[in-house]
Design a protein around this ligand. Structure first.
Ligand code: NAD
Length: 371
């Protein structure tokens, strides 16, 4: 096999070996199209431990990953405040990048990254790749077949007490770039963007009832920390295609209710699985039905990392990758506009556009080598 052969797994360097790196490393180790060559972190102990746990041959600093000659794509799993810096450094090193969400903290930084990537001839992809999961892909096929008529509205609900109870280092989740809107909004907004296309304008109310919270688990349990962002956000979105959505993102609710998404069309309402998951049954209720009809999801449910596989296959085929930087930039602009509207008490417009990704075949399989 020549070094350029498409059969050789695409070399991955993973930067950021914290909480979510376990899911990525487990999955990326099992997908034959990719091979993780190095784990990197500012905390060398974490990089070393994750490399050992998942059989990754090397570990080191971000600079070591960027300078690794076999690495073609960087998977950026750092905290949101570091996304722009790490993704920018990877682009400058001539590497493709898959970033965890949000793409960056602000639209200008995201736009700059995409233009730098275009100039350097490298790709940017961004989480969430749940939009490639069996749940949403089945919903797309069902809606495309006319099962709910013309889609007109969406209702989404995300409520709970917040992640300070389970995340051992939750401070970043209450800092700029997070809160329920920026941390979980990408799942809901990317799902709706994939179904409806780009949004035109948004409006919102935001609240921050508690100025500090207390870490609930891990070695630092009992430590208070401050809350910098709204923890209750109720938003409205209007889409270029004419659809409207009502969205609730709250970490101020003793009641936990996540993953509620209903798409209502002229003929029926479709309950879509949790957009923070890759699978789950769909339920449809047509006008006059006394109850829901369950429709099992079909397609890939492998979990985090399938967006990296889609991206690698697209790079090799010269095709568009689906979880694109442009889609992520639009979602980021929606979130920043929602945040602004919560302050201005006025509708805020959304300017960026993206191409709606092509649907995946139900047979698409990240565990099978593409070639
Ligand atoms: N935890 C989850 O369940 C979850 C789920 C989906 C997505 N995410 C996203 O994944 C990202 C990481 O989340 P997490 O929960 O794993 O956070 P974490 O704090 O557990 O881990 C982040 C890691 O990045 C490292 N890091 C920070 N800045 C760095 C830099 N400049 N260079 C190298 N390493 C750096 C930290 O040392 C840490 O080990 C976030 O964008 C988050 O939104 C997390």
């Amino acid at each position: 096999m020549s070094p350029m052969s498409p059969m050789r797994p695409f070399g991955i360097g993973l930067i950021g070996c914290g909480n979510i790196s376990k899911q990525y490393l487990k999955n990326l180790s099992a997908f034959p199209d990719v091979a993780v060559l190095i784990c990197a972190d500012v905390d060398a102990g974490r990089a070393k431990a994750q490399a050992a746990a998942y059989g990754v041959p090397e570990w080191g600093s971000a600079g070591d990953a960027l300078g690794h000659p076999g690495v073609q794509l960087i998977v950026n799993l750092t905290v949101p405040a570091a996304h722009a810096e790490v993704t920018g450094a990877a682009i400058a090193a001539g590497k493709h990048v898959w970033s965890e969400k949000p793409l960056t903290l602000d639209v200008a930084a995201g736009r700059a990254l995409l233009s730098e990537a275009g100039a350097a001839g490298v790709r940017v992809g961004c989480a969430p790749d749940t939009v490639l999961g069996a749940g949403l892909q089945s919903a797309r096929r069902l809606i495309g077949s006319g099962a709910i008529g013309t889609p007109i509205t969406a209702l989404t609900l995300l409520q709970g007490p917040g992640p300070q109870s389970w995340h051992p280092d939750p401070e970043f989740l209450f800092a700029p770039g997070a809160g329920p809107l920026f941390d979980l909004g990408p799942y809901y907004l990317s799902m709706l963007a994939t179904l409806f296309g780009p949004a035109l304008r948004v409006a919102a109310i935001g609240r921050r009832p508690r100025e500090s919270r207390v870490i609930g688990s891990g070695p630092r349990a009992g430590t208070p920390f401050s809350v910098a962002v709204p923890t209750y956000v109720a938003a409205l979105a209007e889409y270029a295609g004419g659809q409207a959505a009502s969205l609730l993102f709250s970490w101020d609710s003793p009641l936990s209710r996540a993953g509620f998404v209903e798409i209502t069309g002229t003929e029926a309402t479709l309950a879509v699985p949790d957009p923070n998951r890759f699978d789950g049954d769909l339920r449809i209720r047509r006008a006059g039905d006394a109850d829901w009809t369950v429709i099992p999801a079909e397609g890939a449910a492998a979990g985090r990392g399938i967006g990296v596989v889609d991206m690698v296959r697209a790079i090799r085929a010269g095709a568009r990758h689906r979880a694109s930087g442009e889609l992520a930039l639009h979602v980021l602009e929606m979130m920043t506009a929602i945040e602004r509207s919560a302050v201005s008490a006025a509708f805020e417009s959304v300017q960026t556009r993206f191409e709606v990704p092509a649907p995946l075949d139900a047979q698409w399989d990240p565990y099978a080598a593409a070639n």
